[in-house]
Design a protein around this ligand. Structure first.
Ligand code: PEP
Length: 248
C-alpha cells in the first residue's frame, strides 16, 4: 500500500516566530494522520520548524534547491546545505518558479537530480496553464514536463520522487479541477512514468494533486484511485485548515 502524502507549500510566508507557533498548534491536530505530513517552509524557517516539529510526525521540506555543490550562485541554496539541516523533502519546478524566476524543464531536471544525489526526497511539480488547457495541449505539456524533469534519473532514485500535478489555473485561484478531471489527468502522467520506468513504477509512484485544495474538497480528491496526496498552498497557512486536509 502506498502512503499518501499531504504537503504544505508555505511560499514566502511566516516569520520564525510565526513558524514556531504554527508547528506547535499543528502537532496535536495531525498526530494520528494516516498520511505523511510535510511543511515546505522558507529557507530561513527550516531550523525553527525542525526544532518545533522534533518528536512529531511532521516532516520539514524546502521549496527550492540549486544544482551546483557550491559556488558563485548568489541567493541560491545547495542540496548539501538542506541535508545538513535535516530537510527531508524539497519542491522543484513549482509553477511560480517557472513563471517568475525563469525555471525551465532543464533547470527543474538539474535541481531534481542534485537533490536526489544528496539523498533528499523531491516533489516535482508539473502542470498546464489555462491557455495550454484551452488549446487541448494538457497531455503534450505534461508529457514533456515529466520526461524532461526525470531525465537521467534512475529507477532506484525514482522511489524518492513524488510528482505534484498542479494545473496552473487552479493555483491560488479558488478554482479546483474536478476530482474526476484531476484523476484523469494524473493517468496521463502515470502512463509517461510507465513508459519510462515500467508498469510497476507507473503504479507505485505517488502523485499528488495541487491547486486550491482545502478542507472542503480534500476528501473527494483523496478518494480518487490515482491521487496519492495533495500539495497545499493557501490552506496550509492555517493550522486548523491544514490539519483538516491532512485528516481528510
Ligand atoms: C501551490 O502553491 O502549490 C498551491 C497548490 O497553492 P494553492 O493551494 O493556494 O492553490
Amino acid at each position: 500500500m502506498k502512503r499518501p502524502i499531504i504537503a504544505g507549500n508555505w511560499k514566502m510566508n511566516k516569520t520564525n516566530a510565526e513558524t514556531k507557533e504554527f508547528i506547535a498548534q499543528l502537532r496535536p491536530l495531525v498526530k494520528d494522520a494516516q498520511c505523511e505530513v510535510v511543511c515546505c517552509v522558507p529557507f530561513t524557517n527550516i531550523v525553527t520548524a525542525r526544532k518545533a516539529a522534533r518528536g512529531s510526525n511532521i516532516q520539514i521540506g524546502a521549496q527550492n534547491v540549486h544544482w551546483a555543490e557550491s559556488g558563485a550562485f548568489t541567493g541560491e541554496i545547495s542540496a548539501a546545505m538542506l541535508k545538513e539541516l535535516k530537510v527531508k523533502y524539497v519542491l522543484t519546478g513549482h509553477s511560480e518558479r517557472r513563471q517568475y524566476f525563469g525555471e525551465t524543464d532543464q533547470t527543474v531536471n538539474l535541481r531534481t537530480k542534485a537533490a536526489l544525489k544528496a539523498g533528499l526526497k523531491v516533489i516535482v511539480c508539473v502542470g498546464e496553464t489555462l491557455s495550454q488547457r484551452e488549446e487541448s495541449k494538457t497531455a503534450e505539456v505534461l508529457t514533456t514536463q515529466t520526461i524532461e524533469a526525470l531525465k537521467d534519473i534512475t529507477k532506484q532514485e525514482l522511489k524518492r520522487v513524488v510528482i505534484a500535478y498542479e494545473p496552473v489555473w487552479a493555483i491560488g485561484t479558488g478554482k479546483t479541477a474536478t476530482a474526476q478531471d484531476a484523476n484523469d489527468t494524473i493517468k496521463i502522467i502515470r502512463r509517461v512514468i510507465r513508459k519510462l520506468y515500467g508498469r510497476a513504477s507507473g503504479t507505485s509512484i505517488r502523485i499528488q494533486y495541487g491547486g486550491s485544495m482545502n478542507p472542503k474538497n480534500a476528501s473527494e480528491l483523496m478518494s480518487m484511485p490515482l491521487i496519492d496526496g495533495g500539495l497545499i498552498g493557501g490552506a496550509s497557512l492555517n493550522a486548523e485548515d491544514f490539519a483538516k486536509v491532512v485528516n481528510y
